[in-house]
Design a protein around this ligand. Structure first.
Ligand code: ADP
Ligand code: GLC
Length: 482
């Protein structure tokens, strides 16, 4: 049997370029599918960071003019990943964050930048590169959203299409006047096409025109069909519910492995969990916290944004500090950055804050914190709680989305059954968060019970193995039913 060929289209991919979990998924899923007899190639924009890290790039196609300038498709390798990089200097040769300029504002030509990605994805889907004609085109988030539209309106036999929603909050909405520029036919601007409340909606187009839709957890799949969480797209998702499903993410268990993690002061596994104490002390030193083994150290690794609920944590800080310490690594919202910086100044030795993106420190927090906090208002899947489970940092999470599906609350029933892995709180407000913090702090005092929680977490399968099987099944179903 020939392997099934999948073209994955995504605007970021770990380890080449990452702003969040999308990159982790786009980087890990292809590798997890390889042993299941899938040949996966990933199409990504040729940002400087991507082009720099390509091994053996070969130009396999030239565009004379792709939305305002010449472009090339490079076939290349990066580690174990097989890539097509879209080298289009007029669109992607810009430093830093893939979506925003130095002031943090969206690039004014993002409509063209990501239409180009989708155009190239659709072209490959339609057979542009004879060496790789995909059976399925799998497009991630709004940035790849128009792929399904270009395929749909091509009026030719096309591969099967799957859209994955990693975050419904980012939808890619642009002025309808761009329609001809984007190379979409006038009839595309309709309710059954790319039209979205009078604008062009990239994510909307993907949800409307893809054969299947997945999102990254079963709970989020249900939530986004409700008006409260559907962000304007719940109606469409309800209409298409027969093709919508939720598949949980995994994490790369080689990248995230406390037994071999070179970023840790002490490496450990379930048998020598006591060594974690060294990582806690090292983290406390690194974050200018008092070295204190007795009180629980709460950690945060996050984008600082409304989604992540970190304003709630600021309000719950007095309750937290009555019981333990806080170490925060994050960046984003300027007001939140300032609040956490101020908290670290006001509570020296008890609150530590590092602003920015720091891969190494993220590992050290997973290895050294007793509790990992994820108080999100909504969370499609969430990856940091999965890393926390693997590292014996007990997750304390809001009961939403993928957090609900991956952490088993230490309630009496779960404790009796010996399956608890962490703490959940609901509703998503300050008193409930405070309540969970107090619960975690008091559980921490019972060392035996605490290590049971840690060990249950460390035994949880957070790898890509099961999720990859689910995607494999979905791709096969999709091909069988077209
Ligand atoms: P989201 O994609 O919504 O930001 P996820 O939990 O799915 O949330 O993924 C976040 C990913 O980014 C995780 O791999 C996490 O470790 C990483 N991350 C988030 N913030 C930082 C940071 N400041 N420094 C290093 N890694 C970070
Ligand atoms: C998004 C979501 C996050 C999810 C990630 C990967 O960034 O916010 O919950 O884990 O995508 O799917």
């Amino acid at each position: 049997m020939k392997p099934v060929r999948i073209l994955s289209v995504a605007s970021e991919i770990f380890p080449l370029i990452k702003t969040g979990g999308l990159a982790d998924v786009a980087g890990a899923l292809p590798l997890a599918l390889a042993p299941l007899d899938f040949d996966v190639r990933s199409l990504v924009p040729g940002y400087p960071a991507v082009l720099r890290q390509l091994e053996k790039p070969v130009a396999v196609h030239q565009y004379a003019n792709l939305f305002g300038g010449p472009a090339r498709l490079l076939d290349a390798q990066a580690g174990k990943l097989r890539l097509f990089a879209l080298d289009a200097p007029h669109l992607y040769d810009r430093p830093g964050n893939p979506y925003t300029n130095a002031e943090g504002k969206d690039w004014p030509d993002n409509a063209q930048r990501f239409a180009a990605l989708a155009r190239a994805g659709a072209d490959i889907g339609l057979g542009l590169l004879p060496g790789f004609v995909p059976d399925v085109v799998h497009a991630h988030d709004w940035q790849a959203g128009l792929t399904a539209a270009y395929l749909h309106y091509a009026g030719k036999p096309r591969p099967a299409t799957l859209a994955t929603v990693h975050n419904l909050a980012f939808q890619g909405q642009f002025d309808k006047a761009l329609l001809p520029t984007l190379g979409l036919p006038p009839e595309a601007f309709a309710i059954g096409g790319v039209e979205y409340y009078g604008t062009i909606g990239y994510l909307k187009a993907a949800l409307q025109l893809s054969d299947r839709i997945t999102t990254v957890s079963p709970t989020y799949a249900r939530e986004i069909m409700q008006p409260e969480s559907g962000m304007g797209l719940d109606g469409l998702l309800r209409e298409r519910r027969a093709v919508v499903s939720g598949i949980l993410n995994g994490i790369d268990t080689e990248v995230w492995n406390p037994a071999h993690d070179e970023h840790l002061a002490a490496r450990y596994d379930a048998r020598v969990l006591r060594l974690r104490a060294r990582d806690k002390a090292a983290l406390q030193q690194r974050m200018d916290l008092d070295v204190d083994a007795e009180r629980p150290l709460f950690g945060v690794i996050s984008r600082l944004s409304w989604q992540k609920g970190l304003d709630l944590l600021i309000d719950a800080l007095p309750a937290l500090l009555a019981h333990g310490q806080l170490a925060v690594l994050g960046s984003g919202d300027a007001a939140l950055e300032e609040k956490y910086t101020r908290a670290a100044e006001d509570h020296r030795g008890r609150v530590g804050c590092v602003l920015g993106y720091d891969e190494e420190l993220a590992h050290q927090i997973q290895g050294g914190a007793d509790v990992l906090l994820v108080p999100s208002r909504f969370e499609p899947c969430g990856l940091t709680q999965l890393c926390a489970l693997r590292y014996g940092a007990v997750p304390l999470v809001a009961r939403v989305g993928g957090l609900n599906d991956t952490v088993i609350d230490a309630n009496d029933m779960a404790l009796d059954a010996g399956v608890a892995t962490g703490f959940q709180f609901a509703p998503i407000d300050v008193p409930a968060l405070e309540g969970a913090i107090v619960r975690a702090a008091s559980a921490f005092r019972d060392k035996q019970a605490w290590s049971r929680l840690q060990l249950n977490g460390m035994r949880t399968d957070v790898s890509w193995e099961q999720p990859a099987r689910r995607y494999a099944q979905l791709y096969r179903d999709l091909l069988a039913t077209r």
